[in-house]
Design a protein around this ligand. Structure first.
Ligand code: SRM
Ligand code: SF4
Length: 568
């Protein structure tokens, strides 16, 4: 199936992919050169291999001095389908972050781990060391299918088991073919391979231009939407009958990012396309990817995600093209399957038999040692002493898995000795909050996020407790720009960096992740965020219906009523 003819000029990144010889470009030569950064072309290509070129933005302030240039550094992102790794792999990552990165690990909102601050001269060795543990970074970034999500809680049920199996199958199936050979050549001194000239053979799913933009896939559960399935390009929502998996609703077209200067960009939740038998899942994933490959926008990268195809076409046209040209099969209507819950999986949970897992709440996903709070060392010690496997959740938390009953007390002791709080002692707002890294590493950040949210949450939890709302489950998500990496547009409260110390305030999503919020106010000074939210919370407390969540309340009373309360 060839792409629809388009009069619009392809974006420069399309040219880079075109001449890259399946993601090779001049990466090998540039890696070998004694420079501290990559050229613009390689900066784009290196993403497909799981790493981004960044600069230390805090160091920018000193750059006025003569002779001081950019402090370049690389961020490395792992490919970890379902967010799981063995004890050995986790310990190796911990070693690597100490040796080559900034001494921290960062659990991401897509069940992965990022390393920050790796120097280019150490990049090849770092990626080789990661691969030596049988982990990889391939396709963690770039215009391909990225890390596939699936809940890592090892609970003994058939639906979760199937989700995890299919998560691995889809991740494998959508891994680039020629791109994988390039990865081995460049990073692992693999044998040099000349890819076949026909894209259908060299790269049978993607072709030589790969996808128009990034592509994200998740496997979800109706009673536990911890993967935030509606925010994904492609979602498989498990349908169960009597605890047995019977199939999946196929969801397409979720995404969060938007650009302030472009009103035709927006967050969008995935739409239901059809119902699938489990053995149709891999073929359906390939079909959606190929449809997107051929019909996605390749000229304007700000409007290139599959969510715009879904929004522009509508579900009916999407279904028609999908069934006729790609899936080659009549579609079965999706089942009625609303999501009804989300579990953070914190604290102790039985896995059945003699095994347990323990969920640790990790503030904004950052694993570090700081004063008496020694999360990095504490997690390392637990993993070392128990040999437990590790699961990263899409809520930036970590599950320590497969712990025998006899070792539960050891785990509790180690965590306490390292100042790691029990989840039951944390406030709801802290447990349900997330922030993206933003400044100092993210080049796109306009405002602080990970370094600002903890202060705001501390004040917020005090206010909520004073108001008698301490037990309210409330998701607060902050990002340093409108790209939406911590998914602020479907949470109860979203705080999005707009201009330095000013933020756009969103309200009206909810923990379930199945509804978008609305923009309440723009350019809110950071010191005004809490006072304004407090006014709304007071009305919420007085006027809410039994069991009504904050996001539900502000959606019911509507924006005008909320604005009348907030004033300003
Ligand atoms: Fe993201 C770009 C961090 C999840 C939407 N994201 C970036 C970059 C790589 C900045 C860049 O392009 O140079 C950030 C690196 C910052 C740093 O210093 O680490 C970055 N994104 C993250 C992470 C680490 C945030 C976190 O707090 O964990 C998440 C890594 C996920 C992973 O392991 O793969 C992360 N990013 C997301 C999500 C959430 C999700 O997928 O569930 C989204 C919203 C969903 C979506 O894709 O629409 C998201 N990131 C973006 C966008 C907007 C894309 C768009 O088309 O709208 C960008 C900007 C871009 O791609 O140009 C972006
Ligand atoms: Fe960077 Fe913006 Fe993503 Fe935050 S939301 S990590 S500031 S791109």
């Amino acid at each position: 199936m060839s792409a629809e003819p388009s009069a619009a000029k392809p974006s420069p990144v399309e040219g880079i992919k075109d001449t890259s010889n399946y993601l090779r470009g001049s990466l090998a030569a540039e890696l070998a050169a004694d420079t501290d950064h990559f050229t613009e072309q390689s900066k784009q290509l290196v993403k497909f291999h799981g790493t981004y070129q960044q600069e230390d933005r805090d160091a920018r302030k000193k750059r006025d001095k003569p002779g001081v240039g950019k402090a370049y550094m690389m961020m490395i992102r792992l490919r970890m389908p379902g967010g799981v790794m063995t004890a050995e792999q986790y310990l190796a990552m911990d070693d690597i972050c100490g040796e080559y990165a900034n001494g921290t690990l960062r659990f991401t909102t897509r069940q992965s781990i990022q390393l920050h601050g790796v120097l280019k001269k150490n990049l090849k060795q770092t990626i080789a060391d990661i691969n030596a543990t049988l982990l990889s970074t391939i396709s963690a970034c770039g215009d391909v299918n990225r890390n596939v999500l699936s809940c890592p809680a090892p609970l003994p049920d058939a639906v979760r088991k199937l989700n995890n199996e299919l998560c691995f199958q889809v991740a494998d199936h959508l891994t680039p073919h020629a791109g994988k050979q390039a990865y081995h050549e460049i990073w692992l001194n693999g044998e040099s391979v000349t890819p076949p000239s026909e894209p259908e053979v060299a790269e049978p799913i993607y072709g030589k231009h790969y996808l128009p933009r990034k592509f994200k896939t998740a496997f979800g559960l109706t009673d536990d939407n911890c993967v935030d399935i509606y925010a994904n390009c492609l979602g498989f929502l498990a349908i169960a009958e009597n605890g047995r998996p019977v199939g999946y609703n196929l969801l397409v077209g979720g995404g969060m990012g938007m650009t302030n200067s472009k009103p035709d960009t927006f967050p969008h939740l995935a739409k239901e396309v059809c119902f699938l038998e489990p053995d149709q899942v891999v073929a359906a994933a390939e079909a959606v990817v190929k449809l997107y490959r051929d019909h996605g926008n390749r000229s304007d990268r700000k409007r290139a995600r599959i969510k715009y195809l879904m929004a522009d076409w509508g579900v009916e046209k999407f279904r028609e093209v999908f069934a006729r040209d790609y899936f080659n099969s009549p579609l079965v209507a999706p089942k009625h399957a609303p999501v009804t819950g989300l579990d953070l999986h914190l604290g102790w949970h039985s896995q059945g038999g003699d095994k347990w897992f323990y969920g640790v709440s990790v503030e904004n996903g950052r694993v570090k040692d700081e004063g008496d709070f020694r999360l990095r060392t504490g997690l390392r010690e637990v993993v070392k002493q128990t040999g437990c496997s590790v699961g990263v959740t899409a809520q930036q938390d970590v599950l320590l898995r497969n712990i025998p009953t006899a070792q539960k007390a050891t785990v509790d002791r180690i965590l306490a000795e390292h100042g790691i709080a029990k989840p039951e002692t944390l406030s709801q707002v802290q447990k349900w909050s997330m922030a993206c890294p933003a400044i100092p590493t993210c080049p796109l950040a306009i405002s602080e996020s990970e370094r600002f949210l903890p202060t705001l949450v501390d004040e917020f939890e005090k206010e909520l407790a004073t108001m008698g709302l301490g037990d309210t489950v409330l998701s607060v998500r902050m990002t340093g720009c409108p790209n939406g990496c911590a998914r602020p547009y479907n949470s109860d409260i979203g705080i999005v960096g707009r201009s330095g110390d000013k933020y756009t305030l969103y309200v009206g999503g909810r923990v379930l992740g199945d509804r978008l919020s609305y923009e309440l106010q723009d350019l809110v000074p950071k010191e005004e965020l809490l006072p304004r939210l407090k006014k709304v919370l007071a009305v919420y407390k007085a006027d809410r219906q039994p069991g009504e969540g904050f996001g539900d309340f502000v959606t019911r009373i509507g924006k005008d009523a909320v604005l009348a309360v907030v004033g300003a």
